[in-house]
Design a protein around this ligand. Structure first.
Ligand SMILES: Nc1ncnc2c1ncn2[C@@H]1O[C@H](COP(=O)(O)OP(=O)(O)OP(=O)(O)O)[C@@H](O)[C@H]1O
Ligand SMILES: [Mg+2]
Length: 190
């Protein structure tokens, strides 16, 4: 597995509309992380002694062959999977179970087929968001992922890449402090 890092892009020139959600980014630390599946002779160690830190605002790409453990690593960061050993810390606090500070765009879009794209994105809004703020946020995210003209479409009526972008927008709706995308190039394939 390989990690490629870059800092966030420089601020755009004055007057440029800023669409990206501006949450307070937090550092994420992977500390002695290990994950095995199964027990006894069928036990399969996927991650062993993973140690690295992602700085606030850093964009990190994790590359590796299929099945090497990339999604397993990101699931641990979001608290969707429990590590066998070690831990993940967000801003110094260990992730224990599903963690509101981290949002995930899954490898598959996982949209609700009976809901419109805008309703699917709205599902990512934090609890207690006012209707007015929620509507504005969803509209901003639809613009960000270039789906404003497809807000009322259902997932079956859009392409795979468009569905992926809606899934990404849903992950960003909470303005998370860190976000994990399990297939970051898929939303932008043309
Ligand atoms: N819940 C599970 N139970 C058993 N094995 C699992 C489980 N989740 C993942 N694995 C195994 O862990 C390994 C890593 O899976 P993971 O999904 O992290 O791979 P990946 O690097 O994301 O692959 P891809 O590039 O194909 O998405 C695979 O061998 C997979 O079969
Ligand atoms: Mg994967």
């Amino acid at each position: 597995m390989t990690a490629l890092a870059s800092q966030s892009p420089a601020a755009p020139p004055a007057g440029t509309p800023v669409h990206a959600p501006a949450g307070p980014a937090l550092p994420v630390t992977f500390s002695r992380l290990g994950r095995s599946f199964g027990t006894g002779p069928t036990s399969h160690q996927v991650l062993r002694d993973i140690n690295f830190e992602v700085s606030p605002g850093e964009v990190l790409a994790i590359l590796g062959s299929s099945g090497c453990g990339k999604s397993t690593l990101l699931r641990a960061a979001a608290g969707l999977d429990a590590a066998s050993t070690g831990e993940v810390l967000i801003n110094g606090t260990a992730v224990r179970g599903i963690d509101d500070r981290c949002a995930v765009a899954f490898q598959e879009p996982r949209l609700l087929p009976w809901q419109t794209l805008q309703a699917n994105i709205a599902m990512g809004l934090p609890k207690g968001t006012s209707a007015k703020h929620g509507k504005a946020k969803v509209a901003e995210l639809l613009e960000l992922v270039e789906l404003a003209d497809f807000a009322k479409h259902r997932p079956r009526a859009v392409s795979g890449g468009m569905a992926q972008r809606a899934s990404l927008a849903r992950a960003l709706a909470r303005t998370p402090e860190c976000s994990c995308s399990m297939n970051p190039s898929a939303p932008w394939t043309r």
